[in-house]
Design a protein around this ligand. Structure first.
Ligand code: IDP
Ligand code: MG
Length: 168
């Protein structure tokens, strides 16, 4: 069995349109395992790093604003890691094409996405496109303790007494 991991983000338009349940239901058809999940307030730095290969694109600035929730008054995304056989291909297929107008109408993007008047593809979810990208993205969005299986090699480091917020 050759398991692989994929980063999925439910983007701010997906959250605003109350699509979380629908999207998770669609993804559950894959029988893949969710091995990490959390809500994230996306910083400028995280957004830039996540989409760094698109820096030269004319839509880059809008894309950063979009993923940070500035168009939807929802400054958060839901980040998940799905894990299992052919996870990438199966999740990409369910998601559909990048351009929501070209995506299969039964796919998640085809069902719920749109292109805005600014030309932003609001396509509801992010799905890593290959193994290398998945590894880079998962390491960017999650730390090892947040993932319940050992996906990638880790190392132990000594932490200096750093300040940490705990429950009062
Ligand atoms: P992907 O999300 O299907 O992997 P990428 O090419 O990695 O597609 O692009 C990342 C995101 O950037 C897309 O999901 C979409 O939101 C946005 N995007 C990509 N291409 C365009 C475009 O031509 N116009 C506007 N937005 C785009
Ligand atoms: Mg991509």
């Amino acid at each position: 069995m050759d398991n692989e991991a994929v980063l999925i983000l439910i983007k701010p338009d997906g959250l605003k349109k109350s699509l979380t349940g629908n999207i998770l239901t669609r993804l559950s058809e894959t029988k893949l395992e969710i091995v990490a999940a959390k809500m994230v307030r996306v910083s400028e730095e995280l957004a830039h790093e996540h989409y760094k290969q698109l820096k030269q694109e004319p839509f880059f600035k809008d894309l950063i604003q979009y993923i940070r929730g500035e168009y939807h008054d929802r400054r958060k995304v839901m980040a998940l890691v799905y894990w299992g056989e052919q996870a990438l291909q199966r999740c990409r297929e369910l998601a559909g094409a990048t351009n929501p107008e070209k995506a299969e109408s039964t796919s998640i993007r085809g069902s719920y996405g749109r292109i805005t008047t600014l030309g932003v593809y609001e396509n509801v979810i992010h799905v890593s496109s290959d193994r290398k990208e998945a590894e880079r993205e998962i390491k960017l969005w999650f730390c090892p303790e947040e993932i319940i299986v050992n996906l990638f090699s880790t190392k132990e480091v000594e932490e200096k007494a750093a300040k940490k917020r705990v429950w009062a």
